[in-house]
Design a protein around this ligand. Sequence first.
Ligand SMILES: [Zn+2]
Length: 86
Amino acid sequence: MIHHTCFKCGRRMELDPIIVGLELKQLKVKKPKYYQAHCPACKAVNKVSVSQMQNDMDAVREEIESGLVEVQKAKAKMKAAKKKAK
Ligand SMILES: [Zn+2]
């Protein structure tokens, strides 16, 4: 888990490197520098630097890749369902 402290309210939050990696991969940006984490307490957007989390994400690289395949499958399904509805 990646630990981050909210800059606004000081609450500590845990970020799942798999979730973070998945979200970063889905961004339009090729090499995002920051991950935007929403504080569960005050909803402030915290910019967490990607380089700071890189080791954690490298450790779960395979999970991120397989998760991405699942996300893409789900998206394709949704697209297909939308087409049918039209
Ligand atoms: Zn906060």
